[in-house]
Design a protein around this ligand. Sequence first.
Ligand code: ATP
Ligand code: MG
Length: 559
Amino acid sequence: MTSIEQAAPVTNNFLRTIIDEDLKSGKHAGIVTRFPPEPNGYLHIGHAKSICINFGLARDFGGRCHLRFDDTNPAKEEQEYIDSIKENVRWLGFDWGEHLHYASDNFEQLYCWAVYLIKQGKAYVEDLNAEQIRAYRGTLTEAGTESPYRTRSVEENLDLFGRMRAGEFPDGSRVLRAKIDMAAPNINLRDPVLYRIIHAPHPHVGDAWKIYPMYDFAHGQTDAIEEITHSICTLEFESHKPLYEWFLDNLPVPARPRQYEFARLNLTYTVMSKRKLQELVQLGIVSGWDDPRMPTLVGIRRRGYTPDAVRAFCEMIGVGRSDSWIDVAILEECVRADLNDSAPRAMAVLRPIKLVIDNYPAGQTEEFQASNHPQKPEMGSRSINFSRELWIDSDDFMEVPSKGFHRLTVGGEVKLRCGYIITCTGVVKDSEGAILELHGDYDPASREGIHTADGRKVKGVIHWVSAVHAITAEVRLFDRLFSDPNPDRGGADYKQFLNPNSVETLSDCKLEASLAGAETETRYQFERQGYFRLDPKDTRPGTPVFNRIVTLRDVWTKK
Ligand code: ATP
Ligand code: MG
């Protein structure tokens, strides 16, 4: 881990500076950016950074941002991913307007450009197989070796490339390569592959093609076709930049975009590689791509993270050019800050224990008004039912109190949030000594405050629900999927760092009656417990399932 960046709001960054100068100098009249996913998986929080950068720059500088699928490999791409990517970019709050593009829409143009290179003597059909190409490529310290097929005539190359397109040859039997320099210090320039044969239907263009361009041959030219001004990508593409520019220099492209690289997002306690996320799904370690513990957008969204919180996080971490690690606690803090502001409060007892108020008449109920947000009267209030039998959280009772425990003990007093002060008078146990229920008395004079009838102040306040009115729910307490800050460190198997307690399922939770009308899109603060939302997938009529989005406070940094 190189450093943990501090959560300081960043108003400027090197990309803004560059764009500012390009607009001032008149180099560009307006800016055009793009977010260019390959539709071969689900988006994750790292992609959110790229989305926020590209769409954010376009928004802030009055330009536009395209959503472009770099769909050059039909073997790995699916419509399902295309749909999910579109849906999640929208969820983050961004809009590409009319500018939904596919690299595959340019396949005919790219093919013509490949033919153009062949005619210029700058591309050739290669018969060596993948392994041989690798062996001929050389190493970082040794130049590569030229292929015996490098000197094929233009006519032969045109003929073979045409027949590759026509589907005459099997997968992997031939490729088209650029003829650049097998001794170039940058290995990407050692006659890179431009086209390969893949007999597979494509999710966007169907059966039209038997050959597909490599990512590098499609990406920059597609940027040029779309007249992208600032082509923003992550640092690993820095070594591809000379190739990106070689294509622009050697083809009659309509524009000359410039590539800029930024540091990708790395989050502690998280893996982000598509391959590893896929493995977690395939091995059944998580329930799917949208498991609420996954760093995918479908996962954090199902868990209850809000787009506002994710955007605030991306703004906060800023954009730099040096690789660093961001503490996942910063993301969680952004979620908390957003929800603290917006989430209505409710009472929920997660580990219920019965408390019988002996001096309260059986069959009687009364209602208290509870405000939905302590700082926001405009969010209104709701009524809370009180009756003789209540549920309280077993954590709020200690038979033998430890030092500093201010909640309920035998003989002790506690204030019921928005309700009466009660005294615990006794404990009923089974033959094994396990607590069956608690008994107590209430103080009728304490309805409105924290003072008893004789004027004593009570320290502890606990949440509760009325047993006859409560609804029963399942609550899933999610924690970090990994217990090590860097599960992705080289060498070790990241799976050994899985947190064995990353989810705790509580099936008999008692919730205040108003939550029977809970809405999937509303995030609630269960008082003293954290932020929760209804699980949109597993909730059934009459059997609510709530996900814990985040705890009320950071419990990890202390560990
Ligand atoms: P692959 O390994 O399949 O290429 P990828 O994560 O790079 O996976 P892409 O669909 O190519 O997936 O990514 C789309 C865009 O998101 C690219 O511009 C990429 O640079 C950017 N991106 C990917 N991961 C991150 C990350 N962790 N932080 C910031 N940007 C990212
Ligand atoms: Mg990529």
